[in-house]
Design a protein around this ligand. Structure first.
Ligand code: DON
Length: 578
């Protein structure tokens, strides 16, 4: 173990003591409360028009943003099955308008109780290719259904059945297969072919449906009806639970009925801090997003980023990212199973120390800091953002991890299982599908939640409330960071979603950039400082962002426009107003 790592562990233990202190009750103030004009209309941005419409339908039915979130979540699970669903998990960041209460509903998957630290290694201690990605061992116990039940019981205004109804009806009536569905299935066809349930649902006649094909999923409708009728027990006990456990075990998996019955969502206190006059409210562990975001923004605090030349600005952004992702790799995991020095990592004084190590002229090689290696992620997972007419906020990122999760649909259930087990560090230093490395803090263990990068976020600025987030694996944190900076620079929601991005995740020691993010002279200047620059050919993520201007109640949505033609007759420009 390196000396730095040992020091870190000592620090981790010391700071963990602070974490047991009682936490104050939390209400995030929308600034200048007296001058606030309520939103002129509700606004939803999601990755699919039909999901956005489902949310609006529930709002029109008397629901609030949290009921609408249930509708959007359940509909995305149907029409964007490659990205998320009730066989997966998610994080719900909520703010209640009436009292400013903010809460982070952790509906992340958990490892089954029979999971073991070395379950993805062979007898020689080497990772078994794809075992944490495809098939029954790759799936964690789903959290999303429990999250939907929790939202309805604690925060919604409508019975769960009413909020689930748009998704139920759509599953029965059918919806058109889209360009994005089609693009993603190509990536996972081999795995889907290997599973009877997945084949029946997604490869009718043995091949991917043509774009525009009307898809129906009556099994999904039945599963949702059971959830609507019986709440938690409608998924985690009884018929659905039995089918899942039988199906997973028949395929060689290790789920038990107790794993399902024992699942629980956890309400956690969001990470909250101030940056440039705004309060940022964001995801705590088991997401790494909020801790990294706080660390990066604290490092950046003294820099006048908007006054800096592009190369200098990019340089300090990258050096801040490098350091925060380094800490992610070492310290972060499930806070219920490992001690995480959260208070230290989000402390401005700690960030000042990290900042002091930045040379403004030279890149710091990542190998000077402890850690490991990387491959890029693909763009799955999904995010949506809601502001209702009362000012309730919902920022939700949900996922089955890689496209089409583990590729298994247990017959009769109508949904894919996740492959979130790959978000664990299967072995210290061995990168996962996103090239992220980890250590003991994120090792596999029974009942543990794998570390996530999903970063649903609120930016509560004096003049404007913004809800944002995106998929994108390890790049989620960088994308949300750049989104927060752009919001605070005064950019409109669509401009924020459109802005090309850069990313650095410590290892590999590469500054990656979307097409058009860096001008040729800026690339040269960054190389001269010692950066390895990789300019990609494609864009990342799928940002969905909404803003509400407090002075006049105006609302605005921005969405990732690349998927505009995602289906023939249903464009997925998720931003719709009523
Ligand atoms: O929780 C996480 O960080 C990942 N499972 C998210 C995966 C993702 O965003 C895939 N898209 N690129």
């Amino acid at each position: 173990m390196s000396r730095l790592r040992r020091v870190g562990m000592v620090l981790a233990r010391a700071f963990a003591a602070a974490l047991v202190l009682p936490v104050p009750s939390i209400a995030a103030e929308v600034p200048a409360a007296s001058a606030v004009v309520k939103p002129a209309q509700p606004v939803i941005a999601s990755a699919h028009r039909l999901a956005t419409e489902a949310g609006h339908r529930v709002l029109a039915d008397g629901g609030n943003a949290f009921d609408a979130a249930i509708a959007v979540s359940a509909t995305l699970g149907l029409v964007e099955p490659e990205s998320s669903g009730i066989g997966g998990g998610g994080f719900f960041l909520l703010r209640r308008a009436s009292d400013g209460h903010v809460v982070f509903v952790d509906a992340r998957e958990r490892a089954p109780m029979a999971a073991t630290r070395d379950m993805f290694l062979d007898a020689n201690g080497q990772p078994i290719p794809e075992r944490s990605i495809n098939g029954p061992l790759a799936a964690g116990i789903p959290g999303l259904p429990a999250g939907l039940v929790h939202l309805a019981e604690r925060y919604g205004r409508l019975p769960l059945e009413r909020s689930l109804m748009p998704a139920i009806e759509l599953a029965e009536r059918g919806w058109p297969w889209g360009v994005k569905n089609q693009a993603m299935i190509g990536w996972r066809q081999r795995v889907l072919e290997a599973d009877r349930g997945a084949r029946a649902l997604f490869l009718p006649g043995g091949k991917p449906p043509a774009v525009g094909t009307r898809m129906r999923n009556p099994d999904y409708a039945r599963t949702l009806r059971r959830l609507a009728r019986d709440g938690f027990d409608g998924f985690y006990r009884g018929d659905t639970a039995r089918r899942l456990v039988d199906g997973v075990r028949r395929a060689g998996g290790i789920w038990t009925l107790e794993d399902l019955a024992g699942y629980a969502v956890i309400e956690r206190e969001p990470i909250r801090f101030r940056y440039r006059g705004a309060e940022i409210v964001t995801a705590p562990p088991p997401s790494s997003g909020g801790v990294a975001l706080a660390s990066i923004l604290h490092i950046l605090a003294p820099f006048e980023l908007d006054q800096m030349a592009p190369a200098a600005r990019t340089h300090v952004l990258v050096e801040a990212m490098r350091r925060a992702y380094r800490d992610r790799a070492i310290y972060l995991g499930d806070p219920d199973q490992v001690r995480i020095p959260v208070d230290l990592l989000v402390d401005p004084a700690y960030a000042a120390g990290l900042r002091a190590g930045i040379n403004l002229e030279r890149a710091t090689p990542s190998e000077l800091l402890p850690g490991i290696s990387a491959r890029p992620g693909s763009d799955q997972t999904t995010h949506y953002s809601i502001i209702d007419a009362e000012g309730n906020l919902a920022s939700v990122t949900q996922t089955v991890n890689l496209p089409f999760g583990n590729g298994m649909v247990i017959p009769g259930t109508g949904f894919l299982l996740n492959n979130e087990m790959d978000d664990f560090s299967v072995k210290p230093g061995v990168p996962n599908a996103f090239g992220l490395v980890g250590e003991d803090a994120n090792a596999v263990a029974p009942g543990k939640r794998p570390l996530s990068s999903m970063t649903p976020t609120f930016v509560l600025a004096p003049d404007r409330v913004t809800v944002l987030g995106t998929p994108g694996g390890s790049r989620i944190i960088s994308m949300v960071l750049l989104g927060v900076l752009a919001v605070l620079d005064g950019q409109g929601a669509q401009a924020v979603a459109d802005a090309p991005r850069i990313h650095h995740q410590y290892l590999p020691d590469t500054l990656s950039a979307e097409p058009g993010a860096l001008a040729p002279d800026v690339v040269e200047a960054l190389k001269a400082k010692g950066h390895t620059v990789s300019q990609g050919e494609r864009n990342w993520g799928n940002m969905q962002i909404v803003s509400w201007w407090l002075s006049d109640g105006r609302v605005e949505a921005g969405f990732d426009r690349r998927w505009k033609s995602a289906s023939v007759d249903e464009p997925t420009d998720g931003a719709i107003f009523r």
